[in-house]
Write a protein that binds this ligand. Structure first.
Ligand code: P6P
Length: 329
């Protein structure tokens, strides 16, 4: 007989969300779980899109076939723009912030998200993911404004990601630790599979694109040399080109992911608002740390919704060592 409890994400949220979450935050997390199921069903078929009559950009149902990241963006917006839980959204796929249409009630929360991080890897079947962060509206009396979207990560009330990998996992934190749920495709339910995830003390991996080393500063090269030689046992280098997948592996096994500034990319490549800050929120909740090389990513107040930042994220001691090399230089 099964002895372990079967805990759905709804049950877990209802049992663990603090009262201040007003119920809307719990419902919003559930809405994101639904979006995850819809997006997962499509990414699972990515290799078949041409075979299933998507080749000429119109599928067999007469729907216009879109890139999967545009599809994922559309699903998240359409599942959340009318619920009355949000006052505004920001998506990596859209140039401007997304107001809630006037015909719909406005809510207490702001949703920022990258609908499909690492999407350039889809054609090689490498894991990709949706990254999200949730803030409270700055003014509950007014409809959403751009300034509601430009809050420092420290003010997030929740963050998470959905990883479309060998299984589909939803990993989130609402400030009480980091918890992982695995989708059971037979039941269509996310079931608690990783309660209270924390970075292991002994890291195993470091994740940097060594091909960019010629564009790094000298302290940066010294730091990566230190990573590759200083640890016992030595760290393995793993870099997928999908930050959400690299982050997840390092969260489970310990390690550090970095995308530093380069001579031709002074702010690096990773977006602060909907990629770096949500993962830094999770990292801190899991006993780790996220830095831009000088200080916490969570203390940076965005001035633009798509602004980029250098990123070092993972085991706290490894990230603080990056700061020591960079700041100390
Ligand atoms: P590069 C994906 O496009 C992404 O934003 C991250 O998910 C990933 O870590 C990074 O870019 C890869 O960039 O320049 O190393 O190919």
């Amino acid at each position: 007989m099964l002895t372990t409890k079967i805990v759905t994400i709804e049950r877990f949220l209802l049992d663990t969300q603090p009262d201040y979450a007003r119920g809307d935050l719990t419902a919003l997390l559930y809405d994101l779980a639904l979006a995850a199921k819809v997006i997962a069903s499509q990414t699972r078929r990515a290799g078949l899109l041409d075979i299933l009559g998507f080749a000429d950009n119109v599928n067999i149902q007469g729907e216009e076939q879109r890139k999967l990241d545009v599809y994922a963006d559309d699903i998240v917006v359409r599942l959340n723009d009318h619920t009355g839980r949000l006052c505004s959204m920001v998506s990596e796929e859209r140039e401007d912030w997304i107001p809630i249409p006037a015909k719909y009630p406005k809510g207490h929360y702001v949703l920022v998200f990258d609908p499909l991080d690492g999407s350039s890897n889809i054609d090689t079947n490498i894991s990709v993911g949706t990254i999200f962060g949730i803030y409270r509206a700055l003014d509950d009396e007014r409809r959403g404004r751009l300034e509601d979207c430009l809050q420092p990560g420290r003010d997030m009330v929740a963050a998470g990601y959905i990883l479309y990998g060998t299984s589909t996992m939803l990993v989130y934190s609402a400030g009480q630790g980091v918890h992982g749920f695995t989708l059971d495709p037979a039941w269509g339910e996310f079931l608690l599979s990783h309660e209270g995830i924390r970075f292991p003390e002994a890291p195993k991996y470091y994740s940097f694109n060594h091909a960019s080393a010629g564009r790094w500063s000298k302290p940066m090269k010294q730091y990566v040399d230190w990573l590759s030689a200083s640890q016992t046992p030595i760290l393995s280098q793993r870099y997928l080109g999908s930050m959400v997948a690299d982050f997840h592996r390092n969260l489970i096994h310990g390690g550090v992911f970095g995308y530093p500034d380069e001579y031709n990319k002074p702010d690096g490549k990773i977006r602060l608002l909907y990629e770096a800050a949500p993962l830094a929120f999770l990292a801190e909740q899991a006993g780790g740390y996220g830095s831009d090389g000088k200080g916490s990513l969570l203390d940076i107040r965005p001035t633009h919704i798509h602004q980029r930042t250098p990123v070092f994220i993972g085991n706290r001691n490894l990230v603080e060592k990056a700061e020591a090399f960079i700041v100390g230089s």
